[in-house]
Design a protein around this ligand. Sequence first.
Ligand SMILES: Nc1ncnc2c1ncn2[C@@H]1O[C@H](COP(=O)(O)OP(=O)(O)OP(=O)(O)O)[C@@H](O)[C@H]1O
Ligand SMILES: [Mg+2]
Length: 226
Amino acid sequence: MSETVVELKGVSKWYPGAEDRKVLEGIDLEVCAGQRFAVVGPSGCGKSTLLNLLGTLDLPSEGEVIFGGQNLQGASEKDMAALRSEEIGFIFQLHHLLPQCSALENVLVPTLALANRPDESEVMERAERLLKRMGLGDQMESRPSQLSGGERQRVAVVRALINQPRLILADEPTGALDEDNATKLMDLLIELNEEESVALVLVTHDLEMAGRLGDVKELREGKLGE
Ligand SMILES: Nc1ncnc2c1ncn2[C@@H]1O[C@H](COP(=O)(O)OP(=O)(O)OP(=O)(O)O)[C@@H](O)[C@H]1O
Ligand SMILES: [Mg+2]
């Protein structure tokens, strides 16, 4: 059995002012090292809410989130921020790259948040290696405005990977890409999942993309089914 990365136990979520509407209801979910699955469901069904809970960006209204064996109930915001920067890579629909920084500099940003910063040359080597692997070897010094949408999203993927996370959370990462670039990005995420045994949770409304992960869970009326 692989080691558990994050686990939800009886998790429900509702938002302030809408207490009568449970976005998530009694969810049990275990994400293990090297595992991958997609979460699908209609707009507003709670996919991003679920991802935010797995990524410790939000806390449940009810139930427990256990990350790396640590129960987050009562964890300080500082502890959760440290955990996020060390263990989790986020990829969103829009990449949020810093416009004034080069591709390489953007990739290095998450390393600045680490309490124990790794050796500078080691980080630089990893950043350059990953960028090359994504076909961005010639564009490391380019700013986001000089890159195509697909290239920017690949920079965002490298940025999510730079700290060697145990979990990648991707929320509609191909939403802003054409089909060709979307396929390439999916290939890449699957490769990384297989090679670095990083767990991958992908939210998408594209059933074909979802199907590529081999395991598709549907979020419906607050509950997660196969
Ligand atoms: N911060 C918030 N405050 C209040 N309500 C929220 C908040 N975030 C989400 N919601 C509500 O919770 C429900 C689920 O939202 P969520 O963003 O998780 O859906 P989603 O499945 O990701 O949708 P989409 O596919 O459109 O991204 C929606 O009805 C939304 O309006
Ligand atoms: Mg969403």
